[in-house]
Design a protein around this ligand. Structure first.
Ligand code: UDP
Length: 312
């Protein structure tokens, strides 16, 4: 049995990680300040004696008595709408929060995993994006608060690895969806599903020709479990290479929900990446990992979750 600390553990991905480690028989400390996380995401774990919730903002100094084997730093707003509303907390959790959790990992001699993002590639000029690509980021644009915070977090993680010999991992997570996403976090998956379920028009930004590729959360969690135990410190893309335009995605949601919704067009947000598709050769080679969940199957589970929340 090992002891895990998951920062942002009450968030969408964080709560799935807590669930995965608990189901493997481990002890889990879940740290969150409910900035964008939610208590209901972790409610089922609270009665488990191997689970403990700590209400704390990781941008402040962290004090923990118990030994730790693994620290996964997932605390951060992650939806463009959220980080536009919380620009300074987003910068702080990527910078100060990463520094604090790295310091804790060093003190505990724990393996440290940083949740980084495809946003480090900005509005990429190459497609697909491999880990060797340095990105095309506007540091002073509205998304810069997230992109640069994560780029700094990667630099800090590499410095702790090189200077202190810390065992570190960096995952670059591409668009991920599944149950426990916030209904109103403003991202394309909850927006389109909610709009389709309510029979409202789906709001496609721009002409909908920008591309994304969507991975189901279970695939991500499987990849992260492998990465934690791989002796590999360079960044690894984890995502689904099945790329489509946002307009195609809107039509897919209408089809799967059986909705009568129409599509309307809204202005494209500033610096919205025009393409995004992971090159997952590294994950395949090093982790023997690739996504397994078909989009229609993952979307059906996610739609069921949103439906149940709507009728609550
Ligand atoms: N998008 C859209 N309609 C929405 C929400 C998002 O067309 O109601 C588009 C957005 O412009 C972007 C893509 O969907 O091109 C994915 O947006 P999301 O907010 O999910 O995150 P991103 O991938 O940009 O980080």
């Amino acid at each position: 049995m090992a002891r895990y600390l998951v920062t942002g553990g009450a968030g969408f991905i964080g709560s799935h990680l807590c669930e995965s480690f608990l189901s493997q028989g481990h002890e889990v400390l879940c740290m969150d300040n409910y900035s964008t996380g939610a208590q209901e995401n972790i409610a089922p774990f609270l009665k488990n004696p191997r689970f403990r919730f700590i209400d704390h903002n990781v941008s402040r100094y962290i004090e923990l008595q118990e030994p730790l084997d693994f620290i996964l730093h997932f605390a951060s707003p992650a939806s463009p709408v959220d980080y536009l509303e919380l620009p300074i907390p987003t910068l702080k959790v990527g910078a100060l929060g990463t520094h604090n959790t790295l310091g804790l990992a060093k003190a505990k001699d724990a393996v440290f995993l940083l949740a980084s993002t495809s946003e480090v590639y900005g509005d990429p000029l190459v497609r697909p994006q491999s880990e060797d690509y340095w990105g095309n980021v506007n540091p002073i644009g509205p998304r810069g608060v997230y992109d640069e915070a994560k780029r700094y977090a990667e630099a800090m993680t590499m410095a702790y690895h090189r200077y202190h010999g810390l065992k570190t991992r960096i995952v670059r997570i591409f668009n991920t969806y599944g149950p426990r996403m916030r209904l109103r976090d403003g991202r394309v998956v909850p927006n389109f599903i909610m709009q389709a379920l309510k029979g409202e028009p789906l709001t496609v930004y721009g002409e909908g020709q920008q591309t994304r590729s969507f991975q189901y959360v279970d695939d991500l969690v499987a990849g992260l479990n492998k990465l934690l135990h791989a002796d590999y410190h360079l960044p690894v893309n984890i995502g689904n290479p099945n790329e489509m335009t946002v307009l195609e995605f809107a039509k897919k949601i209408i089809e799967i929900t059986g909705s009568k919704s129409t599509i309307i067009y809204k202005p494209l947000p500033e610096d919205d990446p025009q393409v995004r598709q992971p090159d997952i050769s590294r994950a395949k080679a090093i982790l023997d990992w690739e996504p397994k969940v078909n989009l229609a199957v993952g979307l059906k589970k996610t739609i069921e979750y949103f439906r149940s929340k709507l009728t609550e």
